[in-house]
Design a protein around this ligand. Structure first.
Ligand SMILES: [Zn+2]
Length: 269
């Protein structure tokens, strides 16, 4: 079992941002508009991160080779991660972790292994989002271990770099996920729950991330990267309200309600 290292080895809290897809015009077909940001907005955000001490992948931070206090991550392996995010990250000297599902690699709308290898060669970190996008809370213990191991093995084999980080799909975490993930060779789990990482947190709890969505205003983004505890506390409260709604409605009921609300706003896709 790898020995867990504190992710924030340097003093001072770290904030991690969670992105999904980017677009340069209209939201690509089949992509959730809520989780798709305009490339220009992302460019401006990376510019500000570069100007405020820089940003890095969690993997780089763990190697102790970065003093950045802002972590940039992407979930799902959307094809725009290569076409749009990679050149912008490179331009601003920022590395990021990309959490992908081997089952969707090379399918319509998603990155293929060549693109992922190219991203790894460019200094990006390619990590695990589970094998497919099934919520880990829906799997029994044996199936959970199988899926976590299979994802890690296949990404390491295809990309040729160590996979040590896990971001569970939909942020859904079964009990004991941390110890099961460590048993399967991961050193850290990144959650979808907002917050900051303190040096003292180590690997003993999932590392929080701030979800960057189409609705995240620029002022809010600026407060988050300054690790403003009022703005981050506000987002935590909002997240807890949503988590409560999800528990009450169940995953299917919640997704259905959200689809109705989005189409009522004329944003359904
Ligand atoms: Zn996901």
């Amino acid at each position: 079992m790898p020995s867990p290292t504190p992710i924030a080895a340097e003093p001072g809290p770290v904030v991690a941002l969670m992105y999904h897809a980017l677009h340069t015009g209209a939201t690509p077909a089949g992509q959730d508009p809520h989780y798709t940001l305009a490339a220009d907005d992302f460019d401006l955000q990376m510019q500000e991160i570069a100007a405020s001490g820089g940003g890095s992948s969690a993997a780089t931070l763990l190697q102790g080779t970065s003093r950045a206090r802002i972590v940039v991550t992407f979930d799902d392996g959307h094809v725009s991660n290569h076409a749009v995010a990679l050149p912008l990250l490179t331009r601003h000297g920022i590395s990021a972790d990309f959490f992908i599902n081997p089952a969707t690699v090379g399918t319509a709308g998603f990155l293929d292994w060549n693109q992922l290898r190219e991203m790894n060669d460019a200094g990006m970190s390619i990590q695990s989002h589970g094998y497919d996008h099934v919520y880990l809370t829906q799997l029994d213990g044996q199936r959970l271990r199988q899926t976590l191991k299979a994802a890690r093995d296949e990404i390491e084999q295809q990309v040729g770099a160590a996979v040590t980080l896990l971001a569970p799909p939909g942020g859904r975490m079964p009990r004991d996920l941390l110890s099961i993930a460590q048993e399967c060779g991961y050193t850290h789990v990144l959650s979808s729950e907002p917050g900051v990482l303190a040096a003292a947190d180590g690997a003993s709890r999932p590392l929080p991330r701030m979800a960057m969505t189409a609705a995240t205003g620029h002022l809010t983004f600026q407060r988050w990267i300054r690790r403003d505890h009022v703005a981050i506390g506000h987002e935590r409260l909002r997240y807890r309200g949503l988590a409560f709604a999800k528990r009450m409605l169940g995953d299917t009921g919640y997704e259905r309600l959200r689809a109705v609300a989005l189409s009522a706003l004329g944003r359904g896709a």
